[in-house]
Design a protein around this ligand. Sequence first.
Ligand code: DQA
Length: 153
Amino acid sequence: MATRQRRALVLHGPNLNLTGRREPHIYGTTTLAEIDAALQARAASRGWTLAICQSNHEGVLVDFLHEHFGACEGIIINPGALTHYGLALRDALAAMAVPVIEVHLSNIHAREPWRRRSVIAELARGQIIGLGWYGYLLALDALDHLVPGPDEP
Ligand code: DQA
């Protein structure tokens, strides 16, 4: 009998579609497609399936969360600039009631003062910040650690 896979949502906010090309000295040269491919490979090896969404529009990210309401075990999100003011996104994440790992490619605490505030942080189970593309893989490992698999106690 096939075991049920755990499902995680991966959300990328505004401008992250340009990752690898925009401000590479800050965000690195790895593209979003490469990050998603690395995540998919890691997920497959850990027994997770992923649903991935990138949007430059907060409402699209909110709709994506609603589509998966009650049907996922964890969320990885880099909200981009919505980190700092996206209250509708914040409330939608809170409604999902599953562990949220907040990821940032850059160290938001070592940049402009306004980037230090995250409206997501208070509901995130944890943050992974400043480790570039590798932070996404660490976020998946964190979910894998936090959410027991179907065969685990
Ligand atoms: C970011 C940091 C945000 O401040 C910025 O608006 C981004 C990317 C990061 O991954 O470092 O778009 O979330």
